[in-house]
Write a protein that binds this ligand. Structure first.
Ligand code: BTN
Length: 247
């Protein structure tokens, strides 16, 4: 990962660029990184504010030999890699399952995974990682001030983006190899559990247009979230939008 890095000063979206390059045949491990994005994309069609020089806005192209049904494991691997990498800079952070990283209940990082393939074969996956690194308070738009923050705001110090990216490459590579070699993500799940923002909490999840309420009790070895409802029934969900109640 990261041996082939395409670096841009400005781009619409590193994910869009990565998808285009991947369909043109760009190989496994290619990284697209930009100082700024003019049309950064978030999940659910949202936009992602990506001001110049203030964050890590990057996308990784991978072509894993796994089943499309296992693609959500990539999200857990990525969340674990990023969370560990931030912690290595001395900044405690939490994973809000499945793919947000938060500090003080505000988001510092989002992950947007986009896949292309057929029913039983992945052509490529683009993993988009957006980390608010050195944004100051006044650089966070007013309408998201309550839900977004940066590593600098939370730690009180400027953070080296270079160091952070280097940590992510190393950690991602190690965790991703476990998936490729053993088709397991045990180590990633361990990190996701250790740094979880949701386990043990009462949560509300929107999953397939339905709302599920209950207590987040565990993560499976595959990275699904187990939720226990009031009747004690356990439900397993593979993805969704989580809100932590009372927060
Ligand atoms: C989310 O909604 O939480 C996901 C945000 C993902 C943002 C990153 S920044 C780099 C990459 N390029 C994009 O356009 N989006 C992702």
């Amino acid at each position: 990962i990261g041996r082939d890095i395409l670096y841009f000063n400005s781009i619409d979206s590193t994910n869009s660029k990565a998808k285009q390059l991947a369909s043109d045949g760009k190989g496994e491990g290619t990284v697209i990184i930009s100082e700024e994005q003019t049309k950064g994309r978030g999940r659910l069609g949202r936009n992602w504010v990506s001001p110049k020089g203030k964050g890590v806005w990057m996308s990784i192209i991978i072509r894993p030999d796994i089943q499309p049904i296992d693609a959500s494991k990539i999200t857990q691997v990525t969340a674990a890699a990023v969370s560990k990498s931030i912690l290595e800079l001395g900044i405690k952070n939490y994973i809000k399952w499945p793919n947000d990283i938060i500090i003080n209940n505000k988001k510092v990082c989002g992950i947007l995974t986009e896949m292309s393939g057929e029913l039983n074969k992945i052509n490529y996956i683009v993993i988009g990682i957006g980390i608010n690194v050195n944004l100051d308070e006044n650089e966070i738009p007013n309408d998201i001030k309550d839900i977004a923050t940066s590593l600098k705001i939370e730690s009180g110090k400027k953070v080296s983006r270079k160091q952070l990216v280097a940590n992510i490459f190393n950690n991602f590579e190690e965790l991703y190899e476990e998936l490729l070699n053993k088709n397991e993500i045990t180590h990633s799940i361990e990190i996701c559990k250790e740094n979880s923002a949701v386990l043990g909490k009462e949560i509300r999840v929107i999953f397939r247009n339905k709302e599920i309420r209950g207590k987040a009790v565990d993560l499976t070895d595959e990275g699904e979230l187990l939720i226990e409802n009031q009747e004690g029934k356990i439900q397993k969900i593979i993805s969704g939008e989580v809100s932590i109640r009372g927060v």
